[in-house]
Design a protein around this ligand. Sequence first.
Ligand SMILES: Cc1ncc(COP(=O)(O)O)c(C=O)c1O
Length: 280
Amino acid sequence: MAWPSNRLLIGNGASEFIDLIMRLAPGGAYRVGPFIASYKEYERAAKVAGRTVIPHSDKATKAGVTVIIHPNSPSGEFMELPELELIVQAAQAEGGVVLVDESFMPHMGPNWHAHSALTLVEKYPATVLVVNSWTKIWCCPGLRLGSVACAEQWYNIMKKNQTPWSCNNMAQAFCAAVAADEEFQLQTWKLLPEWRQRQQDLITALGWTFNTASPLWVPWVFVDCGSAEVAERAAAAAQDAGCPVRWCASFDCPSRLRLGIRTPSQQDQLQQAWCKMLGK
Ligand SMILES: Cc1ncc(COP(=O)(O)O)c(C=O)c1O
């Protein structure tokens, strides 16, 4: 699928567009997605732009921006397009926009475009903007590389308001090189679900649970350790073992961990540390 370049803006990470859209979108609140917790940068950017933050269930307050993280981080659920389209139609009716964050969508597999909100940009040009961070699928957290795909009218508004020379040459060269590396993509799509299944089995062996509503291609497991105390100790033990995981207290989920999918040998190293911690 070739996306037209006059509707794709490249920038200094997805964060640049999260910030820009919160400032430039129609007035009104920021309505969060219908998930237990979501990536917090949206809340920061919304507040800086003078927006109040409302839960997804609040349909009485007008929202200028609704954000759907697709799949959602950290909980890992994935919303299919018919459900997403209903949210878009509701936003259109109230004069707001829907920012769909697809930073982890390319992990789905070779057919990810068919499930992407990019199709909704065509259908609802005034309402849907799709943001991506390209440091996830290509594993380069040190670089800044993000994009927004949107209708031409939004492209022009954002281009005008974007900092000039936003995306540097290094990030552009990296993008051109990795986009051509088909073998890396194929390996990711093959290995990720296998390694994720393996990681889930290890979590079950520890007596912990995880969000089973999250599909296997999502590159992390949302683990429930049963208590905040155990989750905090588990995060510290993981750090000491050289396999850091994300303790989700800052998402108001203190008993949970967001556990990125690593190689089998790294999974075993982490499991050893957690078995020791639990006296297993
Ligand atoms: C869901 C999601 N969106 C956006 C971002 C920010 O991306 P970037 O580093 O490209 O600004 C992150 C970073 O972790 C993320 O998890």
